[in-house]
Design a protein around this ligand. Structure first.
Ligand code: MLT
Length: 316
């Protein structure tokens, strides 16, 4: 009976009276939350269901990811996370779940560039002056991040090892609280995704020094920012991909339904406009397919695992 009920529920997914929860493993108001809320909006119609966003923050997204890994595999609790899925395995010796095996892959969403930004009172007005200031203030620099494994942590790690300068990491539950402290001058630097930093850069609330992608960005507020690569950090290339995940064991019929709805959402002009206005690039390649999504995550685990080990970084 249980099996047939399961099969029937999968066929009928989503049930009219049930809500689909997208778990965001960072604080509300940050870049991951931004993508989730925009996507939830675009998923409602194709899914024909109520879609809500719920934040379970902490430990670089591992707390939120663990919540979904152990949720009922019925498609009503799914995870939206980013590159942290591929960095946590190298950073956390003990995780309450394993990547890639403890999840079903629902498809990828977008690629988001990062910006290196500073507090408004920082006495440097371009990347060159920033490097001078960094070298004059070794041992006294506070670099915000959203916890070990976060995109901001990974970018900060890459930046410090490229400059061969150690900074004090100041972890937050997301880069929304981190950027608030940066604007207030409590921390000096932050490497954060354009989905969060674009409005602050436009509003001149922070100093913007560079972008982390190989090519400059076209977003009006960001187009004059040099890349770190052209500023001397050869090959510096960090772009943050986001995907959707369900607990292992979620029926294939449910995975397919959510993936089909995601493909419609990614073509939604409203969604694309919102994302592109914040410098994000909506996925149009095969990484939207569950099998390719899983393959990509595994390749990224191998890639970033090597970088993290080379930098001698472990969380605990
Ligand atoms: C990160 O730095 O990993 C995330 O962008 C943090 C967030 O979404 O708040």
């Amino acid at each position: 009976v249980a099996f047939s009920l399961g099969a029937q529920a999968a066929e009928e997914f989503p049930a009219k009276d049930k809500t689909i929860t997208i778990v965001v493993p960072f604080a509300a108001g940050g870049p991951t939350d931004r993508v989730a809320r925009d996507l939830a909006e675009a998923l409602r119609k194709p899914l024909g269901a109520t879609v809500v966003v719920d934040n379970t923050a902490g430990a670089g997204s591992s707390i939120g990811a663990a919540r979904v890994a152990r949720a009922a595999p019925d498609g009503y609790t799914i995870l939206l996370n980013h590159i942290a899925m591929s960095t946590m395995p190298a950073l956390y010796r003990k995780l309450a779940f394993s990547v890639p095996n403890d999840f079903e892959y629902l498809g990828m969403i977008n690629d988001v560039p990062m910006t290196l930004i500073g507090r408004p009172t920082l006495p440097a007005n371009n990347y060159k002056e920033l490097v001078t200031w960094i070298n004059q203030n070794k041992g006294k620099i506070n670099l915000g991040n959203a916890g070990l494994g976060a995109a901001s942590h990974l970018c900060g790690l890459m930046f410090q090892s490229a400059l061969q300068v150690d900074m004090t990491a100041v972890p937050y539950k997301g880069t929304a609280p981190a950027i608030t402290d940066l604007i207030g001058g409590q921390i000096d630097l932050l490497c954060d995704q354009t989905t969060n930093t674009t409005p602050q850069i436009e509003g001149k609330k922070v100093k913007a020094f560079a972008v982390t992608t190989p090519k400059r960005l076209t977003t009006p507020a960001l187009k004059d920012l040099p890349t770190l690569a052209e500023s001397g950090l050869k090959d510096f290339n960090v772009s943050i991909w986001h995907g959707l995940y369900a607990p292992k064991g979620t029926p294939a019929a449910v995975v397919t339904k959510i993936n089909e709805a995601l493909k419609v959402a990614l073509k939604d002009p409203e969604f694309i406009k919102k994302q592109e206005g914040l410098g994000a690039v909506v996925i149009t390649d095969k990484r939207v397919e569950p099998a390719e999504h899983k393959k990509f995550v595994q390749a990224e685990i191998d890639k970033w695992g090597a970088v993290i080990k080379a930098a001698g970084q472990y969380a605990d």
